[in-house]
Design a protein around this ligand. Structure first.
Ligand code: CA
Length: 393
């Protein structure tokens, strides 16, 4: 028996307890939590077979009260000595996609990002925001099946693109491959067809939060997105961290959401709208190039879920909606390289080299932390991906 000890400075103390899926030496993947740099097998720890599965979905589907109970049980058990056979060094395990992703929607909730993209994509418009932007959280349906776990190689996509100076479209590997630093929100328990989720009830449906990198081919996107929105410029891959931080662990990270003007319609109005004080970092080839602040996001997670269902669309366990690129007001807080390099016109220096967009072999790592209880910080693992050469083009 062992008592797992953790430094007071760890991002993975008892206030965090994220959920993930691990295997060791080719074993069947099972659900685990993480304490410090120790991975804890939850079926073994708690004697609950819902965790002896290759995804979190069955557990998430058991609902809010179960999430609260299990979290308290894990904390109780890990405060004492536990059997050695449920403990594994983090370095010895393989981490898998934690969730069987059902439907995936990507929003566009940062006013700074939407304004920057408006200036870059539609310079002829005096207002960088579209007329609907402050009335509803804009989003589009993405491709759930290409959401991959951290560490998965990202093959450079090929596709059609047409620069403004070109007479006709051409086909080939994207030359403007980019990232979008986001947070993803995972629906634990869904809702029935025809029954919208009110903004005040969103929290009972939202299981947890993951780091999310929405890889984006800007040249493909710019040519294809009118009038139905992004498609192949985004659908080739999105990377999530292997650890899902429960919303229950982020109570200290809740902050009042930014003031909204004009006042949103009643179905989007919360009595106490909350955002999350999560600080992200984006490392490009090992060098931190930007620090996007989630607290700046205009539309809250609860508003996004309320909007997603207000037409009566059902939701289900494993649905994932992402926030959209997180950008703050300053250049060093922009969450996409198209903003950081202003459409590629202002190259940046990264680890001794000059960059505008991603080159083959480049690696991007997203990390984040948020306030926990008693002055601690809560970590979100990492969303890591390296660009591999195009296979067609
Ligand atoms: Ca996005």
């Amino acid at each position: 028996m062992t008592v797992v000890t953790v430094s007071a400075h760890s991002l993975y103390g008892l206030d965090n307890l994220p959920y993930g899926v691990y295997s060791v030496d080719g074993s069947a993947p099972r659900v685990a939590t993480r304490l410090g740099d120790t991975v804890v097998d939850l079926a073994g720890l708690l004697g609950d077979e819902v965790f002896a599965r290759p995804s979190l979905n069955a557990f998430m589907g058991q609902g809010y009260e179960k999430w609260v109970r299990v979290r308290a049980e894990i904390r109780d058990r890990l405060a004492q000595a536990v059997p050695d056979e449920v403990l594994f060094p983090l370095a010895d395990v393989t981490l898998h996609l934690p969730v069987e992703v059902a439907d995936y929607v990507d929003f566009y909730a940062s006013e700074h990002h939407a304004s920057n993209l408006g200036r870059l994509f539609r310079p002829e418009n005096p207002d960088p925001l579209t007329p609907n932007w402050k009335h509803l959280p804009i989003g589009y349906h993405g491709r759930a099946g290409t959401i991959v776990v951290s560490g998965t190689g990202i093959v450079r996509p090929s596709g059609q693109r047409r620069a403004p100076s070109d007479d006709a479209p051409s086909f080939g590997p994207s030359t403007r491959l980019d990232i979008e630093a986001e947070l993803g929100f995972i629906v634990g328990t869904g809702s029935a067809l025809g029954e919208p989720i009110p903004v005040e009830e969103a929290e009972r449906h939202l299981f947890g939060v993951v780091l999310f990198n929405d890889w984006s081919a800007r040249d493909i996107q710019a040519w294809e997105y009118v009038p139905l929105g992004p498609n192949l410029g985004k659908s080739f891959a999105s990377t999530i961290a292997p650890w899902v931080v429960p919303l229950l662990a982020l109570q200290e990270a809740k902050v009042p959401a930014p003031q909204q003007h004009p006042q949103p319609l009643p179905y989007l109005a919360a009595e106490e709208p909350w955002g999350l004080d999560v600080d992200l970092e984006v490392a490009w080839n090992g060098e931190v190039v930007t620090r996007p602040p989630y607290r700046e996001m205009y539309w809250s997670p609860a508003q996004m879920l309320a909007h997603l269902t207000v037409n009566g669309a059902s939701t289900r366990t494993g649905d994932l909606f992402a926030s959209g690129t997180i950008s703050g007001p300053g250049k060093d807080t922009r969450g996409a390289f198209i903003e950081l390099t202003w459409g590629g016109t202002e190259p940046v220096h990264v680890a001794g080299e000059t960059r505008t967009f991603l080159e083959d072999g480049d690696e991007v790592v997203l990390t984040a932390s948020a306030p926990g209880a008693g002055g601690s910080r809560i970590g979100f693992g990492e969303a890591r991906g390296r660009i591999l050469p195009a296979t067609r083009g």
